[in-house]
Design a protein around this ligand. Structure first.
Ligand code: ADP
Length: 485
């Protein structure tokens, strides 16, 4: 439970930003503290070295000035040392000859630290473990006496314990400051991030408030920080699309109910009337034949709705193959030949093209356009089908982006501009006296549009009232490899 919460917290932007702040501030503070410590340490050490060097050069001169060695060693030297921070500065004089006899040694000289025979290098700093004190040690050669100078070894030690302790305290304080600084920066980072994410939380609340009945609500992009602008914009576009789809779906289900209710009511009423009294066999036959026609129509509508649902399904698997269009259109001409002959409509086909698609669906799309053309063209009219290839304008005029076009032209009544944007909607029928007479369910073009969409193709219509219609189905052409195989 605890670890789950910790894990969840570590996934938050706030935690990640706070951690980044902590790491960044730790790095900066550590570098600054190290720099400050080195600066103070270097300056204090230099001061001590200067003090010791001055003291030693003074001592060397003093030892050369006096001829009376006993007076110097017993009286003058202790006095001089007293004057010069006696407790901090310790001296030992050793005769260079023989056993390095001690000629003079100040009271607190750290004998444990400096050997009488060893060769202590100049300016070496050491810690005397015994007493926990630190000394800066300097050993030089000198001469004792003025007239007959005696070679001696001058060993000096300047106590630096106070400096070392001060530096240690400084180091500890800096470590504490770094820790406090890192903590404060992390907390500050958290607060800053939480404040920064506030618009995002408000954004999320606004999204949560959107319901099916408020899909027309839009997020006002002007109110949001510019970084959230693209997100709000995308969300508004998504809402727009959803609103359109839901609207279409609502209309579709309403139309569907209406489309099915009328014939079913008719069937029921006719059956009820038929059953009210005894009828002759002919009467039964007449009603049943009428009902059969209505049932066939209903069954066709249901098949078409199922086809549309299949088209909408993400699981739709297309069997894409190269399709030669001229033979396919000829086959459709044969299928509609009877209907065309009845109305004495002349069907003509020119050109050919190779497209890439699922053949049964392609046939369905072209068949729907062709059947509409024959259906809406007046008797003795013409329906022309032209097949050709052209460059896909949408993808640039490039020879590699060819599309196969099936163009169906008729000299029927045409479609007026106010209806043109809607004719591909489900159950949409141009509400004219003509449409009332000509049988249809308003699903034919919706199916064409759905088929073209799943093929990444396009359907374009040019039509004017009284000028005939020109429907173009633009299919992709087969990829090079599928043609060569
Ligand atoms: P319908 O079953 O009514 O034909 P469609 O979806 O096939 O349904 O067509 C929708 C509407 O578009 C039709 O009601 C008709 O008014 C109009 N339409 C389609 N094709 C043509 C055409 N070739 N000429 C004139 N109007 C057409």
């Amino acid at each position: 439970m605890f670890w789950t919460r910790i894990h969840r917290l570590s996934q938050t932007i706030t935690a990640r930003m706070a951690l980044s702040f902590a790491v960044a501030s730790a790095c900066i503070l550590l570098v600054l503290s190290y720099g400050l410590y080195s600066l103070v340490n270097g300056q204090l050490t230099k001061d001590d070295r200067d003090v010791l060097a001055d003291a030693v050069s003074l001592l060397t001169i003093t030892l050369r000035e006096q001829d009376n060695n006993q007076f110097l060693l017993n009286r003058r030297l202790p006095e001089e040392l007293n004057a010069f921070h006696f407790n901090r500065y310790q001296v030992r004089l050793l005769a260079k000859s023989g056993q390095h006899r001690v000629l003079f040694q100040s009271l607190h000289f750290p004998t444990a630290l400096i050997s009488r025979f060893g060769t202590t290098p100049l300016g070496r700093e050491e810690t005397c473990q015994k007493q926990g004190r630190t000394y800066l040690i300097l050993q030089v050669q000198g001469l004792l006496g003025d007239h007959n100078p005696q070679p001696i070894l001058i060993q000096t030690a300047l106590e630096t314990t106070a400096r070392v302790n001060t530096l240690l305290r400084l180091k500890n304080s800096l470590i504490q400051l770094v820790c406090i600084g890192v903590f404060l920066f992390s907390v500050l980072g958290m607060i800053v991030v939480r404040l920064g994410l506030r618009p995002l939380r408000q954004f999320s609340h606004r999204i949560q408030g959107i319901r099916m009945d408020s899909l027309d609500a839009r997020i006002n992009i002007k109110d949001w920080p510019s970084e959230l602008g693209p997100l709000a914009d995308s969300f508004n576009r998504l809402l727009g699309q959803l609103e359109k789809d839901v609207d279409q779906l609502t209309r579709f289900s309403g139309d569907l109910a209406h489309e099915l209710r009328t014939p079913i009511t008719n069937l029921r009423v006719e059956t009820e009337v038929l059953l009210e009294k005894a009828r002759t066999v002919e009467e039964y036959r007449a009603v049943l034949e009428g009902n059969l026609i209505e049932l066939e129509r209903l069954s066709k509508v249901i098949d078409r709705i199922l086809l549309l649902a299949k088209m909408d399904s993400p699981q739709l698997a297309l069997e894409m193959t190269p399709c030669q269009m001229a033979p396919l259109v000829s086959k459709l001409f044969d299928f509609y030949a009877l209907l065309a002959e009845e109305k004495e409509i002349n069907l003509s086909l020119t050109g050919d093209c190779l497209i890439f698609g699922d053949e049964p669906l392609v046939e369905q799309a072209v068949g729907n356009i062709l059947s509409n053309a024959i259906k809406y063209t007046p008797p003795k009219g013409h329906v022309r089908v032209r097949l050709f290839q052209e460059a896909n304008q949408a993808q640039g005029l490039n020879q590699d982006n060819l599309q196969g076009v099936v163009c169906v032209q008729d000299d029927g009544p045409g479609i007026s501009p106010e209806h043109l944007p809607h004719i591909f909607e489900r159950f949409y029928r141009v509400d004219s006296s003509r449409s009332q007479i000509i049988a249809g369910d308003g699903l034919g073009l919706a199916i064409v549009k759905a088929i073209m969409d799943v093929h990444d193709g396009d359907v374009v219509v040019h039509s004017e009232s009284g000028q005939g219609s020109d429907f173009r189905l633009c299919f992709p052409t087969p990829p090079v490899e599928s043609v060569t195989h």
